[in-house]
Design a protein around this ligand. Structure first.
Ligand SMILES: Cc1cc2nc3c(=O)[nH]c(=O)nc-3n(C[C@H](O)[C@H](O)[C@H](O)COP(=O)(O)OP(=O)(O)OC[C@H]3O[C@@H](n4cnc5c(N)ncnc54)[C@H](O)[C@@H]3O)c2cc1C
Length: 377
C-alpha cells in the first residue's frame, strides 16, 4: 500500500521535499501539499521589491504551476494539527497521514514591538516589503534605522543587506548626503559564524558611512517623539525605521502542542519530532541552524532520504549536517557568499567568498534552478 504523505507548508522545505519524493517514487506516491497562499516568494525577493528592483507580481511563483506526479497541491488554511493521530484539519477538509511533515515556517508578531505598526515599517513580510515601495521614495533626508527587534530572526545577513541596499538606493537618487543610516543588531559582529564575512561587511559599512550598533535590540518605538528605544533603554532618533519584527511559530503550530520554548524540537540528525511518523523542517523548528531557506531545503533533503529508505527498506541516510550557502548583497551590483556548517562539529564554522559580479550570476542561477525544479518554469 502507498503511504499517505501530508506536507504542511509549501515554502523552501515543503517544495523541496515534494519535488524529491515525486522524482523518486515515479510509480506510486500519495502526497498532499497544503499552503494557504496561492504563490511562493523567495525571501531575498522582498529586498528586490522594497527597493524597486522588481515588481511584486514579477517575483510571485504560483503554485498552480506545480505539475508533479503523485503530488496534489491544495490551497487551504490549516486550522488544527493533531500530531498523535497525524490528523490535519483545514478550512476545507480533513487529512489523515501516515507520514506528516510540518514545514510551516515562522510568522511575525508585529504587536510585540510597541510603536512598530504606528511609527515604523517592516520588510520581512511580502506586504511590508511591497508597502515600502511607496514609503522609500518619500525619504529624502534624515536618519534611517534598520533594526532587529528580537531573536531568532530569518536570514541573519538580511538586515546588513538592507542597510547596504538602502545606501545604494539613496546614492542613486542623489539623497545620500542628506541621510544617515544606522544598523542595530543583536550580535557583536554582523554574521557571527563567519568572521571573514563580518569583516567584509564592517568594512563596507565604514566605506559607506553606515553606523553599526552591535549587541543591541530595538525594544520599542515612540512614534510621537520618533525615537527607537533600545534594550539598554538608550534612545535613537529616526525619520525612517525599517524593522525586523519578532518571529514566532504560526498559531496553529503553537496550538498543536508540538512546541517547546517557542519552536518545534527535532532530532537534529534526522528531523524527527517526538511524535512517531511526524517530521518538522525549516524555520518552524529549533534544530540549531539559522532560519534560512537553504537550511530548510537541506533538512527536506534529509527527510526525503529517510522516507525513501523507510519505504524501500534501505538503511537510514547519513545525519543532517546543517550546511548551507547564503548569498549576501553588498550593493553596487556585487554579491558575496557565506558557506556555513552548523551541526557537523562542536561549533559552527564558516568561510566567505568576497563580493563580486560573478556571484551575482551564481545567485541568479540559485533562484532559476529552484524555479525550474519546483515549478517547471
Ligand atoms: C528579507 C529576507 C531575505 C532572505 N534572504 C534569504 C536568502 O538569501 N537565502 C535564504 O536561504 N533564505 C533567505 N531568507 C529566509 C527564507 O525566506 C526563509 O528562511 C525560508 O523561506 C524558510 O523556509 P520554510 O520552508 O521553513 O518556511 P516558509 O518558506 O516560510 O514556508 C512556510 C509556508 O507555510 C505556509 N503557512 C503558514 N501557516 C499556514 C497555515 N496555517 N495554513 C496553510 N499554510 C500556512 C506559508 O504560507 C508558507 O508558504 C530571507 C528572508 C527574508 C525575510
Amino acid at each position: 500500500m502507498t503511504p499517505k504523505v501530508v506536507v504542511l507548508g509549501a515554502g523552501f522545505g515543503g517544495l523541496e521535499l515534494s519535488t524529491i519524493l515525486s522524482d523518486t517514487f515515479t510509480d506510486g506516491l500519495d502526497l498532499t501539499l497544503i499552503d494557504r497562499s496561492d504563490h511562493f516568494v523567495f525571501g531575498y525577493s522582498k529586498l528586490d521589491v522594497m527597493f524597486g528592483r522588481e515588481t511584486p507580481e514579477a517575483v510571485r511563483l504560483y503554485y498552480r504551476n506545480i505539475v508533479k506526479p503523485g503530488v496534489r497541491f491544495r490551497q487551504e488554511t490549516i486550522t488544527a494539527i493533531d500530531p498523535v493521530a497525524r490528523h490535519v484539519t483545514t478550512d476545507r477538509g480533513i487529512y489523515e497521514a501516515d507520514v506528516l511533515v510540518v514545514a510551516l515556517g515562522a510568522d511575525y508578531d508585529l504587536d510585540a514591538t510597541p510603536g512598530l505598526i504606528e511609527g515604523g515599517n517592516e520588510f520581512y513580510s511580502f506586504q511590508g516589503a511591497s508597502r515600502l515601495r511607496e514609503v522609500l521614495p518619500a525619504f529624502t533626508k534624515g536618519h534611517a534605522i534598520v533594526g532587529v527587534t528580537s531573536t531568532p530572526f530569518k536570514c541573519p545577513p538580511a538586515p546588513s543587506e538592507a542597510a547596504l541596499l538602502l545606501d545604494d538606493y539613496l546614492t542613486k537618487r542623489g539623497m545620500r548626503d542628506a541621510c544617515q543610516i544606522s544598523l542595530v543588531m543583536p550580535f557583536g559582529i554582523p554574521i557571527p559564524p563567519s568572521p571573514a564575512a563580518s569583516r567584509a561587511l564592517l568594512s563596507a559599512f565604514a566605506e559607506r558611512d553606515i553606523t553599526f550598533v552591535p549587541n543591541r535590540l530595538v525594544h520599542a518605538l515612540d512614534p510621537a517623539r520618533r525615537v527607537a528605544i533600545l534594550d539598554d533603554q538608550s534612545e535613537m532618533a529616526f525619520d525612517l525605521f525599517l524593522g525586523i519584527p519578532k518571529h514566532r511559530v504560526p498559531a496553529v503550530v503553537k496550538e498543536s502542542g508540538m512546541t517547546e520554548g517557542g519552536w518545534i524540537p527535532v532530532n537534529p540528525t534526522n528531523l524527527k519530532t517526538r511524535f512517531p511518523g511526524v517530521y518538522a523542517i525549516g524555520d518552524v523548528t529549533s534544530v540549531g541552524t539559522p532560519k534560512a531557506g537553504v537550511f530548510s531545503e537541506g533538512a527536506a533533503q534529509v527527510v526525503a532520504a529517510s522516507l525513501v529508505a523507510e519505504f524501500q527498506g534501505n538503511e537510514e541516510p547519513s545525519a543532517y549536517t546543517g550546511e548551507g550557502s547564503c548569498y549576501v548583497e553588498f550593493g553596487a551590483n556585487r554579491v558575496g557568499r557565506v558557506d556555513v556548517d552548523f551541526l557537523s562539529g562542536p561549533s559552527p564554522t564558516g568561510s566567505f567568498l568576497d563580493p563580486s559580479t560573478a556571484l551575482v550570476g551564481e545567485k541568479e542561477h540559485f533562484g532559476a534552478s529552484r524555479r525550474r525544479r519546483w515549478f517547471g518554469l
